[in-house]
Write a protein that binds this ligand. Sequence first.
Ligand code: IMP
Length: 197
Amino acid sequence: MKTLVFASNNAHKLEEIRAILGKDFEVKSLKDIGCETDIPETGSTFRENALQKATYVKEHFGFDCFADDSGLQVEALNGEPGVYSARYATMNGHTMDSGEKDDINMDVLLQKMEKEENRKACFRTCIALIYEGETHYFDGVVNGLIIREKRGEGGFGYDPIFMPEGYEQTFAELGNELKNNISHRARAVAQLVAFLK
Ligand code: IMP
């Protein structure tokens, strides 16, 4: 059995990847290896941020490791919010509680898109893997449209305003099971798993 660190403490992401990788890999979280640092993500692309996290773990803890970075890219906004997806509203001068964050991020985006006819967007995940001395990248993309008002209660982040291609419902309306089968993250993870297995 090989040990790999997933540079995350997100319980859902860890559970998902452990279930898929089964008994061939022991997947440790940042907490499991005693890493308490909030690893900096200062890159201007998802790839740079994912590599930054994986490299930090390799250099400080010695483990082979993978890390992910995701976000929403809107065509009419030249790829914004992109790597700033989680902090888009703060970057646009808003202050808020963490509980309101998703809602205000969406409000800022919808306002910027108010007069925009081109609604094309995609969610993107990049996974960087440092494994047996080499670095590999796995990308997952899901294309769709930004609708004009929030719809649905499920999911998180920008899910209520994103309608994936081929569906009439938003990610927040489709339910977690379906979303998790077609999402950018699922697609990137599937490639990582295919490589490791
Ligand atoms: P992370 O890199 O997975 O932590 O994602 C960064 C940010 O991108 C999140 O805080 C969300 O704002 C946004 N995001 C990433 N994935 C999704 C998704 O599946 N649905 C909605 N928003 C997402």
